[in-house]
Design a binder for this molecule. Sequence first.
Ligand code: GLU
Length: 383
Amino acid sequence: MTSRKPLDRYRRIVIKIGSALLVDRKTGLKKSWLDGICADIAGLKAKGVDVLVVSSGAIALGRSVLDLPSGALKLEESQAAAAVGQIALARAWSESLSHDGIVAGQILLTLGDTEERRRYLNARATINQLLKIGAVPIINENDTVATSEIRYGDNDRLAARVATMTGADLLILLSDIDGLYTAPPHLDPDARFLETIAEITPEIEAMAGGAASELSRGGMRTKIDAGKIATGAGCAMIIASGKTDNPLSSIENGARSSWFAPSGTPVTARKTWIAGQLQPAGALHVDEGAVTALGSGKSLLPAGVRSISGQFGRGDTVAVIGPGGREIARGLAGYDADEARQITGRKSSEIEAILGYPGRAAMVHRDDLVMTAYVKTKDEAHA
Ligand code: GLU
């Protein structure tokens, strides 16, 4: 069952904010609301939680800045509105967060950036670096260049992909909807509110209507799709209303919201996926020291690798083979095969001199690595 726990017990939270919360059709940006959520975010960060924001509102804000009439926009009009609105949106976030001494970093993503392996790894690395330096990534779809075939179109699913990409353990979807009902509440007086959703079954999916307001594209449908992406990757999800001034504090204080339980943890979900890859693209042959290190939960460093076989790209699944020729683990390669060959057996500190750029220290990071055979840990080996 879904257990509700205080937000500061999560490690990494992605917060998706719907356009209607941030932008008023007549008066533009809702500055005091923004200040409120930034204070909430600062509170979480002070308790050591990593926070990422997926903020909608570029098109809505651009419309308001440009004073465009209401009604549907042509593609190039909404792209121009997004171009104008995104600048204002990013500035607003950066200003509001700065009141609490927090730095914001803007990330604009397209579908390809989250779905193509190499670009995915690059986007993930940038976001992780922002989190490492204590900044809050402010993420949106790159609406100015995305056309219908290559776009998400809604930030619910984009936020879910950001959550899975970054190994977040909680996704909060804030909009003008306070959660999931068994039927659309404005149409059906018998509609029941669902506080906890243990699993997204076909019945749950059927409850999601297609409704969306004029300002935002996502309705309950895209929220449930987001839930499937997030919970399947081990990330819990909350749908809550953002209509109050401090919506995260409101959730803490028991405001009505729907909680979706994750299946497993983000790391176990990724590892299950890695272990399930049928055909590794290549293999890394490692020495006994590396086998013991991996058995103790460490990352695979280039120093412990003796040779490389196969052709693979960065992010492809590779097998890790011990000195006896036995496969002991599988993982996602941190380097492509050519680079991996160059740094095989070398110290991590030598990587920059060899490759000409400061690469990552690990050949396979431990979060991207799953043991497929039993090996002794360091302590057991010495016993
Ligand atoms: N990316 C769009 C914007 O910033 C919002 C998409 C959505 O509402 O989900 O205007």
